[in-house]
Write a protein that binds this ligand. Structure first.
Ligand code: CDP
Length: 798
């Protein structure tokens, strides 16, 4: 046996021996097929905006919408055929029978709607189409998404459903998207999917959101900092005089799978209470709650699994008293409507580990093959992991094992899904599997609610998620791998039962499940707020403390963020935004990275192109393949040494980008040679292109630098690059101590150089790092060697 064959055999033995490790708990299932009753379509349930008259169909020039002829959306015959085919599927979505109710909910003075519906019920794809031809909807419809992949895939899907080319593909296209580093819209775009960050950027240029008739805020339950900011801005806009909108009031739809409608309702309906953050609920003189008269009716009766928050799989779900559900139904006012969509949920048989796992990647591998060898097709497997590193490790393991699998089993197609993946790679997940093949989607929590992948019947849940956490003592965000919340675990489980009864393997014990926290803490309560505050300052909001936050962030994090912005020079001493702050706010980057770019454009530093290459690498998790097998690590050492730079990881990244970009014939082969992730490099190149364009718009540029082989000259350039990094990351610096450890200059904490760094095991007088991670101990990742004197200089100059 070769070492690799031996390893594979060992793995197979491990898998075989543990086939029965999972002990299905007797009664674990989600409520059965509650949505089946909904699949009957009302006779008049045709969605008006897509009705195409026969005449228009033959002329191809005009479509009849609500009795009025409109210019066609550039639809060709194949597009129309696709659209008609999709219409059949659309009619079966749980949301379909609610189309009129949703439209009515925004009639007249009603300008806010909360729409709660199970993931997959059709909210994101159908709501914009339902609203498109309303008389008040003369402008564009914005739908925000927390993630790029969701925004792009939804836009593609909705374009197909409308029967129009996507985005910039045709000037007549009605559906487009705008995400960080990628905009695809046409002059005729009416439905635009945007990431939350992109909408915030648009608000800087267009504070009244004049181009939009309605903003649909999707996935609010994820409670990202950005969604909280958007909700605050929208609330201000709706409660203000809207004079900038010139008589065209804005409508807002807030959509969610599990939202706490009560606090959202109070937030939009009641005077803001700056002390408690959440607006106080309104009471009548007699002390009773205001009486609501919403659009919800008995028909909207909340099913016990209306949101997984309220589901009770085997009594393990979160118990929400049904009285709360019925009181939610009664919410509503003359301005606000509430609508519930029953989801479709089949039984999901859930299995737990009998004891704690030591390695969830190994256990996920076992679960995947147990399912693959025991369950018939069709039925794809969705595995929830923590990040690019675990996704790529499992991908390699599954592929290795699949290559020696008995041919009697169906083939396996592994598909990774994580935020930093290039767009093209992300879109592969949505394509159906080839015949006799099972798709195994290895995903981060992206696929929890924001992305729907059809065909999934089996879920493997690591029970872990990578979250950002602000470490006050350090003043830094760190990435932590943490157990998911109960609400997330239930969402993940639910993904197995959307199309048919399914199975879910939880890679933790039932006891662990029961002790999970109920909900994930909103990001605004646990993250660095510098970017959020800069966005507010750039919009002219100076009184941060009195901004309407759904949950008011701790005073300490606000102060830390203000201080950081002051140190970065993004704010003046008076607390108002500086000229460079305005530029930083317009860059789709954290303030620290924005500051680095602005500094690099300074004639004294003159290294913008190189800094853009480095910053682009920082937008992916890792450009190097994460090698597990010893023999691979050894094989990679020699070629990688060509790229390694003694000054550290950032200049190594630069060398890698330059090498990759210079390769004109076969970049895939180049990546294989250096054990670099081709996929990550494609994403880096996308980002690089977009950043170059953004910098040009902002007037950030340099005089051209000749490539040089003169060592002293390149030393000067390298110093300039590292000093720029210090301008953004002055807080992420540590000095060497006499005992050989490193201690941060801010906070005096011990931090170790991460084993993935080229400086691992090296002793240099000081380091600057771009990422702080905490696993068993504190690690600095993305590390460069700097001089202590430079740090003093940078800090003094701030
Ligand atoms: O927003 P919500 O989770 O309620 O549902 P949706 O995203 O509108 O998805 C409704 C259905 O459309 C899904 O069940 C998928 O079958 C389909 N869909 C798709 O095929 N491709 C997408 N990119 C998005 C949705």
């Amino acid at each position: 046996l070769t070492p690799s064959q031996g390893k594979k055999r060992k793995r197979r033995e491990v898998i075989d021996s543990t086939r029965n490790d999972f002990s299905p708990s007797k009664d674990n299932h989600l409520k059965k097929d509650l949505g089946s009753k909904l699949s009957t379509v009302p006779r008049n349930g045709e969605v008006r905006n897509i009705s195409l008259s026969d005449k228009a169909r033959t002329s191809g020039k005009h479509v009849k919408l609500n009795g009025v002829f409109h210019k066609s959306s550039g639809s060709s015959k194949p597009l129309l055929e696709k659209r008609n085919k999709l219409l059949i599927t659309r009619k079966q979505l749980p949301i379909w029978p609610h189309a009129d109710k949703i439209r009515n909910g925004l009639h007249g003075s009603k300008n806010v709607m909360f729409l709660v519906g199970e993931t997959g019920s059709g909210k994101s794809t159908q709501v914009p189409q339902f609203l498109l031809d309303e008389s008040w909807c003369t402008g564009c419809i914005a739908i925000t998404q927390p993630r790029r992949v969701a925004a792009i895939s939804l836009a593609r899907r909705v374009a197909d459903e409308v029967g129009t080319p996507l985005g910039s593909a045709s000037p007549a296209s009605k559906v487009g998207y705008s995400v960080r580093f990628d905009v695809s819209v046409s002059p005729s775009t009416r439905i635009k999917f945007l990431t939350e960050g992109t909408l915030l950027q648009e608000m800087l240029r267009d504070p009244w959101l004049k181009q939009y008739s309605v903003v649909v805020v999707d996935e609010v339950h994820e409670r990202s900092v950005n969604v909280d900011l958007i909700l605050g801005f929208l609330r201000n806009l709706l409660t203000g005089d809207q004079k900038g909108r010139k008589g065209k009031p804005l409508k807002v739809v807030v959509m969610s799978a599990t939202a706490d409608v009560h606090s959202l309702f109070r937030f939009f309906n009641a005077p803001y209470d700056p002390i408690n953050g959440i607006p106080s609920s309104q009471h009548h003189a007699d002390g009773s709650e205001m009486s609501w008269s919403g659009i919800s009716s008995a028909e909207d009766e909340l099913p016990s699994n209306h949101s997984l928050k309220n589901s009770r799989p085997n009594g393990n779900g979160i118990q929400t008293p049904i009285s709360e559900a019925s009181s939610i139904e009664k919410l509503g006012s003359d301005r606000i409507s509430v609508c519930f969509i029953k989801g479709r949920q089949y039984e999901v048989q859930t299995t737990y580990l009998s004891e704690h796992t030591l390695d969830f990647v190994e256990d996920a591998l076992k679960a995947v093959f147990k399912l693959h060898t025991q369950e018939p097709l069709p039925g794809d497997i969705l595995v929830f992991l923590t990040g690019q590193d675990t996704v790529e490790s499992l991908e390699r393991l599954v592929n290795d094992y699949a290559s020696i699998m008995d041919p009697k089993y169906p083939k396996i197609l592994t598909l990774p899904l994580f935020a930093a993946l290039s767009q093209a790679a992300q879109q592969k997940v949505f394509q159906p599997a080839p015949p006799r093949t099972r798709k195994i989607i290895l995903s981060t929590n992206i696929a929890e609610t924001s992305v729907t992948v059809a065909g999934v019947r089996f879920v493997v849940d690591s029970g872990k998620v990578k979250v950002k956490h602000f470490r006050n003592r350090l003043g830094l965000d760190s990435l932590l791998v943490k157990p998911v919340s109960k609400s997330s675990a239930i969402q993940r489980q639910g993904r197995a039962g959307r199309e048919a009864p399914g199975k879910c393997y939880r890679l933790y014990t039932e006891k662990d499940y029961l002790s999970l926290e109920k909900e994930t803490t909103p990001e605004i309560l646990r993250c660095d707020l510098a970017q959020a505050i800069l966005a507010m300052k750039a919009r002219g909001i100076d009184d941060i403390v009195n901004f309407p936050f759904l949950d008011h962030p701790p005073r300490e994090s606000l102060e830390k963020a203000l201080l950081q912005l002051l140190q970065l020079g993004a704010l003046n001493e008076s607390g108002s935004i500086s000229e460079s702050g305005k530029k930083i706010a317009k860059l789709p980057l954290t303030p620290a990275l924005g500051r680095i770019l602005v500094e690099a454009a300074d004639p004294d530093k003159n290294c913008l192109a190189d800094i853009i290459d480095i910053v682009s690498c920082l937008s992916v998790e890792n450009i190097f393949l994460n090698l597990v097998a010893e023999e691979k690590k050894e094989a990679a050492e020699e070629p990688r040494r060509e790229l390694y730079r003694r000054d550290g990881d950032h200049l190594t990244m630069l060398a890698a980008v330059k090498g990759y970009a210079a390769e004109q014939t076969d970049r895939k082969a180049w990546s294989e040679k250096y054990f670099v992730s081709h996929r990550a490099m494609q994403a880096v190149m996308d980002t690089r292109k977009q950043l170059l364009a953004q910098c040009a718009i902002l007037g950030l540029k340099n005089t051209a630098i000749e490539e040089t082989t003169d060592t002293s000259q390149s030393e000067i350039q390298n110093t300039a690059i590292l000093q720029c990094l210090l301008c953004g990351f002055a807080q992420n610096t540590a000095r060497l101590m006499p005992d050989g450890s490193y201690r941060t200059l801010v906070g005096n904490q011990t931090v170790a150089i991460h084993p993935s760094s080229v400086l691992f095991g090296k002793k240099v007088e000081a380091i600057v790092f771009s990422e702080f991670i905490f696993t068993t101990r504190s690690f600095a990742r993305g590390v460069s060697a700097v001089r202590l004197g430079w740090i003093d200089e940078v800090v003094a100059g701030m």
